[in-house]
Design a protein. Structure first.
Length: 285
């Protein structure tokens, strides 16, 4: 019985030792699992923190790059606009110089014509009347030329403003500059054609005036024998013609004033539209 109790006790101690060993291994395994999970979570947290820092750095770099790109785009646009304004100022200066030279040349031509007519006036009373008529016609022609140049200048400025509005709306400076250069070449060709037409008209007018003067001079030489009565009648007819030319010139001046008033109203309306588009462009900017 002692041997049996001893064996039972040994067997029980062996099973308890096995259970204790199993429990200890289980505890060690749980501790190892907890340690591994804690280490894994720590590594995941460190990796997530590094990823967040990297994303923040990328985001800040992206914001800086985007701001720099916007500033560079705005700077290039501003530089193109400054170049465009400089070109416009240069063109305006060239146009003012050309207009001044044109006025001086017209004044020299008019003065030469008047002086020639003044010298011819010494030959007789009929030549004086013809000189006065030619002077009136030259004044009318010069006024018409000045009005025509002003009208062309107004049309040119209106087209330039329209192109400037289109440029600010679409941000296409190169295409607008190309179109403007084509327009400038077309204007130069038209201007050359207009100068040729004006020169032809001037020469034709001078030939017609000279032929009229020659016929009048021959008629006066043939009709000189008729006496003072016929001369007085011719003077009255000439005075009536001068009055008719003056009346026609007054009508042309009134029409020109009306056209100038309409052009000024149209220019004011255009300025209002341009201001509207400019405000819209600034709001979009």
């Amino acid at each position: 019985r002692c041997l049996y109790d001893q064996k039972i006790l040994q067997k029980t101690f062996g099973e308890w030792k096995e259970q204790w060993t199993l429990c200890r291994e289980k505890k060690l395994s749980l501790r190892a699992d907890n340690h591994f999970r804690h280490l894994l979570l720590n590594l995941i947290f460190k990796a997530w923190r590094a990823y967040v820092c990297q994303q923040q750095g990328k985001r800040s770099k992206y914001y800086v790059a985007e701001s720099h790109a916007k500033k560079q785009t705005l700077l290039r646009t501003w530089q193109h606009w400054l170049v465009y304004v400089d070109v416009q100022r240069t063109k305006h200066g060239m146009q003012s110089v050309a207009l001044a030279f044109r006025k001086r040349s017209c004044l020299r031509i008019s003065w030469a014509v008047w002086r020639r007519q003044h010298y011819q006036k010494c030959s007789g009373h009929k030549m004086n009347i013809l000189a006065l008529q030619h002077w009136a016609q030259s004044l009318q022609f010069r006024a018409w030329l000045q009005w025509r140049e002003l009208f062309l200048h107004t049309q040119s400025e209106k087209q330039k403003d329209t192109r400037a509005v289109t440029h600010h709306q679409h941000w296409e400076l190169r295409r607008c500059m190309g179109a403007w250069l084509g327009y400038l070449n077309l204007q130069s060709v038209k201007k050359h054609q207009n100068e040729l037409a004006q020169e032809f008209h001037r020469s034709r007018t001078l030939r017609r005036c000279f032929s009229d003067w020659q016929r009048s001079w021959e008629c006066r030489r043939r009709m000189c024998a008729h006496g003072r009565d016929l001369e007085k009648q011719a003077a009255r007819i000439a005075l009536w013609r001068v009055f008719a030319h003056w009346k026609h010139y007054v009508v042309l001046c009134v029409e020109e004033a009306q056209r100038c008033e309409l052009a000024e109203k149209h220019y004011k309306c255009h300025l209002l539209v341009l201001r509207k588009y400019w405000n819209c462009w600034k709001s979009r900017l």
